[in-house]
Design a protein around this ligand. Sequence first.
Ligand code: SAM
Ligand code: SF4
Ligand code: SF4
Length: 340
Amino acid sequence: MRLDDTYGRPLRNLRLSVTDRCNLRCHYCMPEEEYTWLPRHEILHFGEIAALVDLFIALGVDKVRLTGGEPLLRRELPRLVGMLAAKPGLRDLALTTNGILLGDQAQALRDAGLGRVTVSLDTLRPERFVALTRRTTHAQVLEGLGAAARAGFRGLKLDTVVIRGVNDDELVDLLEFARQVPAEIRFIEYMDVGGATRWTEAQVVSRQEMLAHLERRYGRVEPIVESSSAPAERFRLPDGTVFGIISSTTQPFCARCDRSRLTADGTWFLCLYARDGVDLRGPFRAGASPEELRALITGRWRQRADRGAEERLRLRDRAPLLQIGELRADPRLEMHTRGG
Ligand code: SAM
Ligand code: SF4
Ligand code: SF4
């Protein structure tokens, strides 16, 4: 089954946020200490998540990435992984985590059938980690990464949000570190999404700048030509090391975006920048049939015309997308609620 939106983009990639809670307070995502959390009774149970995923699979989704908030804070996550991994229609089941709890959970996740793990790591310096996240758990992140490698996860990825004046002097160190793990690192441009209330354009380090920086150190960086809807463009250093850059801010990839997001309370967002989502929990709990729910999803995807990051690019004097007051009024606008 292939379901296309108004630009011919298929429904294929689902990011599943399993919680809006987090054990870090990254400056670019959750700069406040306290947030308006999703009401507990609205959080989907595992059975509900699995049933909704079945609907998406029937409509063409074959890749699911578990995210959050911090997905490893969701109690019994390996049980959900097991339920999803058992679905024949899923070609790829992945997880994005800040790594803190991976030391405890990597093996159980692997045993439950999780395919791939991406760990977010913005710095190798513990004191910088504290400044960036307001927590002192840097060592646990590194341990978690080691545990994932030991548990047998192959194709580990590291995601680094690069921010001028914060960690842009660590590109080479992080790349060298990733090589040793071994993991493929992806440098992400700082995005003005919900949550990033302190974003400024001046802090964005563009893909072009990152490449120039790495070329000064390593010599010619060669682009890898591949046709995929994946947001990362991949590059190869002269010694064969591969890395990625996700240039969502300066060169967005909306034209081939097949991604949508389901929040922990069952709100489906068709774009990271969308103001409104589609409530799937309401009809599901009210007893809508699978046919009715599939019709709802189909109708909305067919009408999808979102190109959020491209629209942001056209703005002059770009400021953060949202202010803290708007986020407090509607927590579903938060990056940590809809999943990165
Ligand atoms: N807590 C998990 C983690 O950090 O990996 C998963 C959720 S987090 C929202 C997913 C990804 O979004 C992380 O890699 C994070 O760095 C990224 N992210 C959050 N805010 C961002 C921003 N303003 N710009 C770019 N990436 C951002
Ligand atoms: Fe940081 Fe991820 Fe938590 Fe956001 S959700 S504060 S990016 S660890
Ligand atoms: Fe997809 Fe929206 Fe991100 Fe563009 S901004 S790549 S349409 S999620």
